[in-house]
Design a protein around this ligand. Structure first.
Ligand code: ADP
Ligand code: MG
Length: 700
């Protein structure tokens, strides 16, 4: 069961809800996403109905609707809260007029009372729910403060803190909703229905019912409903929903398209290749949801601090209420009041809020630019990156990868060599494989569908065709297989020195020929390398390719240090070594054959992942698009997020500290404590965090 929760504005709420729902009989697992405002419940069959969950949440003062159900009507929970807050404010004003201008108790007492009841309605529901579960939260503290204020006959104070707190909660809910929207917007891009061609007729079908192999018709200007492959038609498709790139890509027969992207002026017939829940866009949303679990270090620190802070301040508050009277004979009412103020200040609300709102805001800002952080942890680590290690093939290079030359050995023709190479590479996802397939296609070569395909990471591929096994891969790969290459060493050497990647083709015993592949650096690679250096980040390149090729690329891009001829395990060792030498290491790869190195790095970044399934899962940060400049953006975003988080923590701590100290001379009143300590700081912290999500920032 999946729901959207209304009114879940604080991290605390999320934990409270999780606990309460988990306590239901038959519930096995509960996942609450504060970031998305969502609740997922796994329960034993027939044991728990949606209504049961709804009842629990409503009893705690939250709203709930099933996933996919239409938005609630006009009187949604937030609108109700807005109404009671306005009512409470008006009543408070009437009370103030009655007290200070008319001086009539018969006016101000009922007015204050009504202000407390209206403004305090949801606070009371939530507070009582918390007390029943022995959970101390801000709502409980507010109840204590209001009751206390009434006891010492500070009616106007009681009414004003209820109003202010209710207003603070409401504003928080609006701003959280705003960050939330920027994430759920991703999913909103995906249409709810698809127009399918079934049994020769057009039918509109819910996207979740679309099957692999269905054919969807996408008209001009429509969003493509699900991931698939173009069967027919040609059009430009704007893929910014996924890649963050606003320049449309041309899609024609055979090209992959993604659910949620916007079709241009052509009509496309799309053969569905994935079920809805496996779509790239669904995965992105899932990853963002799961990102909450990878908390940023400062968030953990704050959580730990808050766990001690609140009880300590509460103890001080209670002591303040009674000790001065008991020990020094001070007036009870005065000190009791100061204790109440301390109670209100004891809530670490803004502090606890400060890091997660910044993280969410940054992560959703990144997602809009096609940069997917899988947790605040990696966002913060990004700020610390001292060295970037690039994989070469497919990461620094990619631009145009073309087969330059085909050199058949004795007894074979160029076409035969290409045919065998294409048969072997057909199933490979390697960057070089694409060039081989392209060439085979352009020469109209029919490759063979072999069996038992095998990829040797960082070396090459092999496949069985009829009763013969053939390989395509690096010279090193063949040498390792015990094949004598001496006859061709000179040729290989010459080609490699010229800067071309040599791919040998051959069977178990005999060699058939070689291909040379020219792999040019991405057009933006040089700019990125220099950008990194300007940021004070060291750059190294790790590659499985031959040294001369590596050197050429390194020189062209201005990379000072590189290692060539590396096997995947060598890359792992190099990651360790560079980390020790420089500090926090970011490894950038294509996520296909370098996943172990990505996992080993402090931050692993896979790029161009929209097209490949495996890559999306690999790494801690995924660049959906194919533009390496996103790397610079993500480091900048990480650094900015780190700065905002520090500012937020410092602000909320300092304000709390100042307020606490000022309580004792009696400067801080209840309403100042709420206005400044809760409303003011929370708002400041949220607004500061939203800067990370501003278009002007995420665009550059
Ligand atoms: P990089 O480290 O530059 O990304 P890889 O580790 O992916 O390179 O591959 C190293 C070398 O192994 C390549 O330069 C190529 O010679 C060979 N190789 C790897 N996979 C393939 C393949 N599918 N087809 C041909 N050669 C391959
Ligand atoms: Mg590679």
């Amino acid at each position: 069961m999946a729901f959207s929760v209304e009114g879940m504005d604080c991290i605390e709420c999320a934990r409270k809800i999780e606990k309460a729902v988990l306590a239901l009989d038959g519930v096995r697992q509960v996942r609450v996403s504060y970031t998305l405002g969502k609740l997922q419940v796994e329960a034993d069959r027939g044991m728990v109905a949606e209504d049961d969950v709804g009842d629990v949440l409503r009893s705690m003062g939250y709203g709930l609707r099933s996933e996919g159900a239409p938005m609630e009507d006009f009187l949604s929970l937030r609108n109700k809260r807005l109404l009671v807050t306005i009512a409470s404010g008006v009543l408070l004003a009437i009370g103030a007029v009655g007290e200070f201008i008319l001086g009539d108790m018969l006016v101000y007492l009922p007015a204050y009372g009504a202000a407390i009841v209206t403004g305090g309605y949801y606070i009371a529901i939530r507070g009582v729910a918390s007390i029943r579960r022995l959970y101390l939260d801000m709502n409980v503290l507010m109840i204590i403060a209001v009751v206390g204020a009434v006891l010492i006959r500070s009616y106007e104070e009681a009414a004003s803190i209820v109003f202010l707190f209710s207003l603070a909660e409401l504003l928080e809910s609006y701003s959280v909703a705003r960050t939330r929207r920027s994430i759920s917007q991703l999913l909103d891009f995906a249409p709810r229905t698809a127009r399918l061609l079934r049994e020769g007729k057009e039918q509109s079908v819910d996207v979740t019912d679309v099957r692999v192999g269905d054919v969807a018709i996408v008209r001009p200007g429509e969003r493509i409903p699900v991931d698939g492959e173009v069967l027919q038609g040609e059009s430009s498709v704007e893929e910014s929903a996924i890649t963050g790139e606003s320049i449309p890509a041309t899609k024609k027969e055979g090209d992959a398209v993604f659910g949620g992207t916007l079709n241009g002026s052509g009509t496309l017939d799309v053969r569905v290749t994935k079920r809805f829940e496996d779509n790239v866009i669904s995965k992105i949303v899932r990853l963002v949801e799961e990102a909450e679990a990878n908390k940023a270090p400062s968030e953990r620190l704050v959580d730990r601090f808050a766990r001690y802070y609140t009880p300590v301040v509460i103890a001080i508050a209670v002591a303040t209420m009674f000790l001065p009277t008991l020990v020094f004979g001070q007036p009870l009412e005065e000190w009791f009041y100061r204790g109440l103020v301390l109670l209100v200040i004891s809530c670490p609300c803004a502090l606890v809020l400060s890091t997660p709102v910044s993280v969410v805001s940054a992560i959703s800002g990144g997602a809009r630019r096609g940069v997917l952080f899988k947790g605040g942890l990696f966002l913060e680590r990004m700020a610390d990156v001292k060295v970037v290690a690039f994989d070469k093939t497919g990461t620094l290079t990619s631009g145009r990868t073309v087969v330059e030359d085909i050199v058949p050995f004795d007894g074979y023709s160029a076409r035969e060599v290409l045919k065998v190479a294409a048969s072997a590479e057909n199933r490979s996802e390697h960057h070089l494989a694409r060039a081989v397939m392209e060439r085979a296609r352009s020469e109209d070569i029919e490759f063979e569908e072999g069996t038992s395909f095998q990829a040797f990471t960082g070396k090459g591929v092999g496949i069985q065709i009829l009763d013969r096994i053939v390989y395509a891969g690096s010279p090193q790969f063949f040498r390792e297989r015990g094949i004598d290459l001496s006859e061709w060493e000179e040729l290989i050497e010459k080609r490699t020195t010229a800067g071309a990647t040599v791919v040998l083709v051959g069977g178990e015993e005999e060699m058939m020929g070689l291909l040379t592949i020219r792999d040019t650096p991405r057009p933006e690679a040089k700019e990125v390398v220099h950008g990194l250096k300007d940021m004070g980040v060291a750059v190294v390149m790790l590659t499985g390719d031959a040294a001369p090729v590596a050197e050429k690329v390194a020189r062209e891009l201005g990379i000072d240090e590189y290692r060539a001829g590396m096997l995947p395990e060598d890359k792992l060792a190099a990651v360790d070594e560079y980390r020790q030498r420089h500090g926090t290491l970011l490894m950038v790869g294509d996520g296909i054959n370098d996943a172990p190195a990505l996992a080993k790095a402090d931050v692993g970044m896979a790029m161009g992942v929209a097209g490949t399934d495996v890559a999306l899962e690999a790494g801690d940060v995924a660049l959906m698009g194919d533009d390496l400049r996103s790397l610079l953006f993500s480091i900048r975003l990480g650094r900015a997020a780190r700065k905002v988080i520090k500012q937020n923590i410092a602000t909320s701590l300092l304000v709390k500290l100042a307020l606490t100290i000022l309580v004792f001379p009696g400067v801080v009143t209840l309403w100042i404590a709420i206005l400044v300590g809760d409303l003011g700081v929370s708002l400041a912290v949220i607004l500061n965090a939203l800067r990370l999500n501003r278009r002007s920032f995420t665009r550059t």
